[in-house]
Design a protein. Structure first.
Length: 325
């Protein structure tokens, strides 16, 4: 049975809605901790459990750690970055970790918010970087930043991650989604912390989101409970037209190793605003199941979309059709 996960967010953080989503076929939920701490969401966890219990379901609850993903800092307000305009990263501008800032060199290309915004570096004077926008958009706090020409080493787990892991054990979280896994060492670091904190039974879902993860896939598969084909950042790490092939190769390796895998990102993204998905989207879900996916997940579709219950319903019907096929 292929499991279906929705992502928690303002569009569905309501017990009645969650109950309808569980009735429609949802098996579990994801809580993204990139913008908040787990302890701040304790009441929401209880709401999820209550909604599921009313449907006779013991829900799987996954928390998505911050991990080594590169992100900008917190903004006072959203920033509109217009094409051909210039902006500042670092001192006096958009906050950015010094480890990232020092690696930015003239003419480097950077991608912001999962590639929605593209820019290139004009100058770096040490604590202040000037960049020009090539593809504009609205930038919000704590959004991702990817630098194509260089790998910036960050710790596998942040201090906030350690705190959240302790809370995950206390709150009965069933799975940890580990972002930007670069090799088995990252997974083993997380597993050591889980065991130390009494959470040995919590499963590790290793997210493949960069080229290092692709290159080290075999060893990551060995030490993970489930592999996640995270197509958002993975689509920044490889050319988009190569992404389907990368997905197929990861799926094949997981099948051959008898390791579960999950497919995520933009599976029903049009349903953030529309009550009916596109033909391409249902084909995407159908093919993920035929490739052997153990689970599929939606993100913004349920977190901020207008039709969270309908999203789960379409996903459930498509999964069932693929399973019957």
């Amino acid at each position: 049975m292929v499991k279906i996960y929705g992502t928690l967010g303002p569009a569905c953080n309501d017990e009645k809605l969650l109950k309808e989503m569980f009735k429609a076929g949802m098996h579990g939920v994801r809580l993204n901790l990139s913008h908040s701490m787990l302890e701040d969401n304790e009441s929401l966890i209880y709401i999820v459990k209550s909604a599921a219990r009313q449907c006779g379901i013991t829900p799987e609850i996954l928390v998505d750690l911050q991990g080594p993903e590169l992100r900008i800092g917190t903004l006072d307000s959203d920033i509109d970055l217009l094409e051909d305009s210039e902006f500042i990263l670092g001192k006096g501008g958009i906050p950015l970790d010094g480890k990232i800032l020092c690696e930015l060199k003239k003419d480097m290309e950077i991608l912001l918010d999962d590639g929605k915004i593209k820019a290139h570096i004009l100058a770096n004077n040490g604590d202040r970087v000037t960049a020009r926008v090539d593809r504009g958009g609205t930038l919000r706090s704590r959004k991702s930043i990817a630098v194509k020409e260089v790998e910036i080493r960050m710790d596998a787990l942040t201090g906030s991650d350690i705190v959240n892991i302790k809370e995950a054990v206390r709150l009965g979280i069933t799975g940890i989604m580990q972002p930007f896994v670069r090799g088995k060492e990252d997974v083993l670091t997380l597993r050591d912390v889980l065991q130390r904190e009494g959470g040995a039974s919590i499963e590790i879902f290793a997210k493949i989101e960069n080229r290092r993860g692709i290159d080290k896939l075999d060893e990551i598969i060995e030490v993970s409970d489930e592999v996640i084909i995270a197509r958002g950042d993975l689509g920044n790490a490889v050319p988009l037209w190569e992404l389907p092939g990368v997905q197929k190769r990861i799926a094949e390796k997981c099948r051959l190793s008898n390791r579960r895998f999950m497919v995520v990102t933009q599976m029903l993204s049009s349903m953030e605003k529309n009550p009916v998905p596109t033909r391409a989207e249902v084909s995407d879900i159908f093919n993920a199941v035929l490739d052997g996916a153990a689970s599929v997940m939606v993100t913004g579709e349920t977190a901020i979309g207008n039709y969270p219950v309908e999203v789960i319903s379409y996903m459930k019907k498509t999964v069932a059709s693929a399973e019957n096929f």
